[in-house]
Design a protein around this ligand. Sequence first.
Ligand code: SF4
Length: 170
Amino acid sequence: MKLWRRLVCYARRRSPWLFHMNSGSCNGCDIELVAALTPRYDCEQLGVRLEGSPRHADILCITGPVTKNAVGAIRTVYGQVCGPKAVVAIGSCPATTNVFIDSRTLDGPLQKHVPVDVFVPGCPPRPDAIIQGVAKAAAILAERGMNPAETALAIATPTRGVDSFTEERP
Ligand code: SF4
């Protein structure tokens, strides 16, 4: 494996940039994610940074039970994150729709629409659990970057339908 690729993967693992998306959450998980970035938990010390645009991010963090209105936006934003990329579902809502399971306004869980790499359970999860989930996603991201075939797929086809990504991934 070329040295430059190994260096890029090392750097990616050490400085993952996040994009946060709320898919209809009660804001409990969002507050905990913000707390993880504040000096008390100091996620930024690990190189983690919250980005304002999905095009600059490596990891997509999604909170909330996935409302029908949010599905299109989730698919668009997922397509806008350049590969290799990873998705972290924060809280019990995106994983299971949680207490909102019977709501007719929802179209969850999240894994129906995008491939999820890490689930951080809890309602809401603690900031240290979120940091652990992001660290796990960064490790997955670095591993994914080592595989040129998968990288090429994600970079070459960032706006393809989500179904094709789901089918082609193991
Ligand atoms: S998991 Fe709990 S805290 Fe997080 S969005 Fe759902 S209901 Fe709110």
